[in-house]
Unconditional design. Sequence first.
Length: 279
Amino acid sequence: MMFMEFQFSLAQLTVLNTSPAEIASMAADCGYDFVSMRQIYMGLPGEPDYDLSKNRALMKETKQIFAAAGIKLLDIELARVFDGMDVKKYEPAMETAAELGGKHVISSIWTPDREYYIAKFAEICDLAKQYGLTVDLEYVPIASVKTLAETVDVLRTVNRSNAGLMVDVHHFHRAQDDVAELVKLPAEWFHFGHLCDAPGEIPSDRDEMTRILREERSYVGEGGIDVASIMNAMPAMPYSIELPNLKKVKEYGYREHARRCLETAKAYCSGRGVTGRKG
């Protein structure tokens, strides 16, 4: 059975309480190709603020690990669109991403005002373009833009050359979206994706939905999501493994959890013959 040899990144949420230098070292030791760093502080429970634009010593250390280990930065997060935001506040993080060789910034939308969020997302794209970055819109089941159709509407409306679609397989499943719709979308919209698994039953309660997506995702192949079908509906591209699981971290520690995330993802893709979209 043929399968595609995918490249993988270690996402910050998988090993939340780690510094940029620590996540880079961990990713390299485990065999990842990239890291995905949270350089825009969100203030989640237990989330430290490791803004490299304010910490040149940590930036220097992180660069040294990148160079020595051959690890690369794939993306930074999270350029949220919300009421009363100032897009310029994201610029230091974009400068950091460019300095470290990153290519992408994740965005998501947390306000219901369509006219406002279209304008702000376009602003983020225009700012990111100055740093050679794409802005990849992720829809999230607890956010305002929470489905594929809503995300496609944003991308078609802003019509920015550096705007992209970032599909998280957990969120895709929770939105009950259809892979047939994913197949129709332009290949150039896809730059990377988020990979994990989760129980097949979709929580009806928002708090439980939030808890699972932030604390209890499953290793790929150990949940109830048809991950292969989703991956095969998109072009072959790198995947950032975003797989927070507090129980696994408590049992194994961050490094071993990160290693198991990568090992199970590779085994799943190989075993299921995942290739990405044909043509």
